[in-house]
Design a protein around this ligand. Structure first.
Ligand SMILES: [Zn+2]
Length: 397
């Protein structure tokens, strides 16, 4: 069901409370869960949809969905967003794990992972560093609030809240979570209270980098589940306003993510520094102008290929692939979606209904073009395509 007619329902910035918000791009009637795949095509096509009208905060440069409806989103055990099967991503995760162990001297200590997914990263840190782990995530198996011990790790099936403020940690790690929250500063305030008695506790957050999306025209990075798109400025502001000292902020993974290190500030919330508005505002204006051109360009290209009897497939049933298929309304002009994760095979993409298959299935599909979502994986995907004996063109969106 579509709601909202151009009116921003969230009129103030979730980071800095400013009301100076400019709506610059709209995606209507998109699936609310890009990372949930469905057993049948019918269920996938009938999946819940919502609208996105992205607003740009002219005070802190934050970007967010001004018509986000939290009632449409609940995270359950069916939620699948692990990138753990990609070698490139695994290499990144391993180097990040080693870095955290080193920087925070974690051997024999405790790391709490807020929103740990299925625990892949937490397991890695614990294995590499002899660390004890506590992982919370509502998508873990088991009743809400239940605990399960797995070697050095305790998994808790729940979202982080005041209820878990008593968990003692040497490092609080939270990756790819803050952008999903309607009130990110509420979470930061809870963490601040939880660690206020242990000022030496390290705080590490990782979020997608909105500047990368804007610079790189990553129009397929826009997904309903992401309410917030943090810029370096807005992420820093969120932490400073929540009573943290930001010790480090860096772009990683070819600029796609922002990593932030912080500790509790003894002074509490600090006043905002001036944001570099012009740079981000110019990127926002360019993005808005290019969005339709790119989206319509791909829609036409796929239609022309289909008319010529040539076959296109998408590689990657992650959120970008799902966004792409729905935004360009690919329909029958795309044969199927390939993914290396066996967890996804045989399932269907929310909204568009495309079936997810294993790479080996391409031998029968004989595609002329393999469309990939992320240049970072081009090398490994090209190798896989050649290993399957295919001469399909591998193209990045
Ligand atoms: Zn703001």
């Amino acid at each position: 069901m579509t709601k909202n007619n151009g009116q921003a329902e969230i009129a103030s910035c979730p980071v800095c409370d400013s009301g100076d918000i400019e709506v610059f791009v709209s995606l209507l009637d998109i699936p609310v869960y890009c990372n949930v795949l469905w057993p049948t095509r019918e269920e996938a096509v009938a999946a819940a949809r919502g609208d996105m009208r992205l607003g740009f905060c002219r005070d802190c440069t934050h970007i967010f969905n001004t018509v986000f409806d939290p009632a449409l989103i609940t995270y359950s055990e069916d939620y699948e967003n692990s990138l753990h099967f990609s070698p490139r991503f695994r290499a990144y995760a391993e180097s990040l794990a080693k870095q955290l162990i080193e920087t925070h001297d974690l051997r024999g200590k405790v790391m709490v992972d807020l929103g740990c997914g299925q625990g892949d990263f937490l397991r890695l840190v614990c294995k590499l560093g002899g660390v004890r782990g506590i992982g919370l995530d509502p998508t873990l198996d088991g009743e809400t609030g239940s605990r399960r011990d797995d070697g050095p790790i305790t998994f808790i099936t729940d979202s982080y809240s005041e209820r878990y403020a008593g968990l003692k940690a040497d490092l609080v790690c939270c990756r790819q979570v803050l952008e999903h929250l309607g009130a990110p500063r509420d979470m930061l305030a809870t963490v601040r209270r939880a660690v206020s008695g242990r000022p030496q506790t390290g705080i590490f957050y990782e979020v997608p980098n909105a500047l990368y999306t804007l610079r790189d025209m990553g129009i397929w990075d826009l997904i309903y589940e992401h309410i917030s798109y943090f810029t370096p400025k807005s992420l820093t502001r969120a932490f400073e306003l929540s009573g943290f000292d930001v010790r480090g902020l860096r772009e990683v993974y070819d600029g796609q993510y922002l990593c932030l290190d912080a500790v509790v500030s003894p002074e509490g919330a600090s006043p905002p520094a001036a944001a570099d508005m012009d740079g981000v505002a110019a990127l926002v204006a360019r993005f808005a102008g290019e969005y339709d051109r790119l989206m319509l360009g791909w829609r036409g290209r796929l239609a022309t290929m289909a008319q010529d009897g040539r076959r296109a497939v998408i590689w990657g049933a992650g959120s970008k692939g799902v966004s792409f298929l729905n935004a360009v309304k690919a329909g029958d002009n795309v044969a199927c979606v390939v993914d290396i994760s066996p967890r996804k095979h045989g399932l269907h993409v929310a909204g568009s209904g495309h079936k997810v298959v294993a790479p080996e299935a391409l031998r029968a599909e004989k595609p002329d073009m393999v469309v990939i979502m992320n240049p970072i994986y081009k090398g490994e995907i090209e190798t896989s395509v050649r290993d399957l004996g295919l001469d399909a063109e591998v193209v990045c969106v």
